[in-house]
Design a binder for this molecule. Structure first.
Ligand SMILES: [Zn+2]
Length: 206
């Protein structure tokens, strides 16, 4: 909880979510934001069991928590895709997604990570390889990925020309730039079978 307006409906619900939590259709009580993780890139028909990152092989099909290689031809890494919660920055609804990058960038990333030399000055273009629930088709949207000094997953910021999609004005670009409200956050959790709407409504009256 940061600076969400305390005396509004949104503020009450945000407060409840971050303090006592909200009961959810999945059976859990969620206290605060949690990430929604994409297991594989879209259309993946390789193995679904992750190997260890360190066992990465470049010349065949491989998947681990951070890396995916398709037949030694296509390369993807897991990135974070944040949607800031309006009024509660830097809190952000977070996906972890797969994004395709060029082989040279992939190799550099693997090497820098191994050597503990990731730098947030390093940026390269990346293409989203997931269809995120609750949005128009997000596959193939492009953006820029930023490495993180601390070894956290790179951050993917969508934007710029969109050569692979007929939606250059895709709504998620706007949502990433300007943030989302509490109700939209509930909707996005719902898209992954985390329905907290009833608990949020109950918190609204307190
Ligand atoms: Zn849940």
């Amino acid at each position: 909880m940061t600076n969400a307006p305390a005396n509004t409906s949104e503020g009450h619900r945000w407060q409840a979510f971050n303090s006592t939590g909200l009961t959810c259709s999945c059976g859990e009580r969620h206290v605060g934001l949690f990430p929604i993780n994409m297991l594989t890139p879209v259309g993946w028909n390789g193995p679904r069991d992750y190997q260890e990152d360190d066992l990465l092989t470049m010349d065949r099909t491989f998947i681990s928590p951070r890396y995916a290689v398709w037949e030694g031809q296509s390369f993807a890494i897991r990135m974070r895709l944040p949607l800031i919660i309006k009024g509660a920055q830097p809190a952000a609804f977070m996906y972890t997604v797969w994004a395709a990058i060029d082989r040279i960038h992939f190799e550099n990333y693997v090497k820098a990570r191994k050597e503990g030399k990731l730098s947030n000055l390093r940026q390269f273009s990346a293409r989203l390889l997931n269809r995120l629930g609750g949005h128009h088709d997000t596959a193939n949207l492009v953006g820029v990925s930023h490495d993180e000094n601390d070894g956290e997953l790179p951050m993917l910021l969508l934007g710029g020309p969109q050569p692979y999609t007929n939606r250059p004005d895709h709504p998620i670009l706007t949502e990433q730039r300007h943030g989302i409200g509490f109700d939209r956050m509930l909707e996005l959790f719902l898209a992954y079978d985390h329905d907290m709407r009833a608990a949020a409504s109950a918190a609204n009256v307190s």
